[in-house]
Design a binder for this molecule. Structure first.
Ligand code: FES
Length: 108
């Protein structure tokens, strides 16, 4: 069986350095039932531990909404959004004005 990969682009932003942000690409091996949060976990654990997102601070159950972001341009919860193998995945914060860093937003 051929391993499917996902090409992932994460919008990385550190407002203390620049508001513009940069797009960083990763290749993540796909596993059946994977969510966008699982993709971020893989990136953090195996490819780049500097990516900032809510993981342990969130519920992982679709309740707290701390993992809200844009997934391929649509707002959603990273922990509840399944991803497809062999495709492209773009993960961004919901808005640039409240970005604390990468995919972590400041509280209102
Ligand atoms: S981590 Fe709580 S809704 Fe996703």
């Amino acid at each position: 069986m051929v391993q499917k990969n996902i090409t992932v682009t994460v919008l990385r932003t550190d407002p203390e350095k620049s508001d513009a942000g940069t797009k960083q690409r990763y290749t993540v091996p796909f596993t059946e039932g994977m969510s966008a949060m699982d993709v971020l976990d893989y990136i953090y654990q195996h490819l780049d531990s500097s990516v900032a997102y809510y993981d342990h601070a969130g519920c992982g159950l679709g309740i707290c909404a701390r993992c809200t972001g844009r997934i391929n341009g649509k707002a959603g919860l990273f922990c509840q959004t399944p991803v497809d193998g062999g495709g492209e995945l773009v993960l961004e914060p919901t808005g640039k004005d409240r970005v604390q860093r990468d995919l972590v937003m400041k509280k209102k």
